[in-house]
Design a protein around this ligand. Structure first.
Ligand SMILES: NC(=O)c1ccc[n+]([C@@H]2O[C@H](COP(=O)([O-])OP(=O)(O)OC[C@H]3O[C@@H](n4cnc5c(N)ncnc54)[C@H](OP(=O)(O)O)[C@@H]3O)[C@@H](O)[C@H]2O)c1
Length: 211
């Protein structure tokens, strides 16, 4: 439990908290703070750089806070709509890419200094629109592209058909085997919850109602 939260909010925080944490720590390779795990190597100086697609959403807004306040990230870029830019900055994003204003395919020209400088992309959307331009452009060689959402384009508001399921499996296999960078899909259990609950109770992370 996270006593700092009312019971109903703690229930919501559980799934977004463990998904955010799993994506960053277990699949993304971020190291928990030194003081949390005595004996573990300190995080690299400066801390890792991460881009979070869906930074204003349930999982994403916790991932931003974890990265910045608990896991030593030195630079956090969020992707969300322009109506949520202020919120994304408030919770810890250093820069925000507004998906309704910025074409990801043109990012190379807009941010040449970001080329191959990121240690992780954590994606809450899963669509080609982000994977294809961002993975080869931004990730340093060997750095992973982690997704919490299955790569099924256009399925968010629609029922998932058999065809789209087959397409998702094929896309997953293709990216895993032939992708320029490691590609990982997040599958969670509740083993990360005690650590998340601790950070919530310390006030380092504050899950909020985002809808
Ligand atoms: N693998 C797992 O174990 C696991 C566990 C939990 C959740 N999930 C999955 O993780 C995903 C995210 O869940 P969530 O609860 O965080 O969702 P959510 O609260 O609906 O958040 C969605 C986020 O995506 C952004 N977004 C919406 N449309 C977009 C678009 N066209 N392009 C770019 N960004 C867009 C939203 O930004 P704006 O609001 O600013 O538009 C928001 O930041 C879901 O697919 C969910 O099923 C997986």
């Amino acid at each position: 439990m996270a006593p700092a939260l009312p019971f109903d909010e703690a229930g919501g925080a559980l799934i977004v908290g463990i998904t955010a944490s799993y994506g960053l720590v277990k699949y993304g390779g971020f190291l928990p703070d030194k003081e949390d795990e005595p004996g573990k190597a300190p995080p690299p100086i400066p801390g890792p750089r991460v881009l979070i697609v869906g930074s204003s959403g349930g999982v994403g807004h916790v991932a931003v806070q974890l990265a910045k306040k608990c896991l030593g990230a030195s630079f956090v870029v969020g992707v969300c709509s322009s109506k949520n830019t202020a919120f994304a900055r408030q919770i810890g994003c250093d820069e925000v890419l507004e998906y309704d204003k910025v074409e990801m395919a043109k990012l190379a020209g807009l941010k040449p200094e970001w080329k191959e400088s990121f240690d992780l992309i954590y994606d809450m959307i899963g669509s080609d629109e982000f994977y294809h331009p961002l993975a080869p452009l931004l990730l340093r060689p060997g750095a992973p592209y982690v997704t919490a959402a299955a790569p099924v384009d256009g399925a968010r508001a629609n029922p998932v058909s058999l065809l789209s399921l087959v397409s998702a499996v094929a896309t997953f296999a293709y990216r895993t085997v032939l992708g320029a960078r490691p590609f990982r899909f997040v599958a969670v259990d509740n083993s990360e919850w005690p650590r998340i609950a601790g950070w919530i109770n310390e006030g380092k992370v504050c899950p909020v109602r985002v809808r």
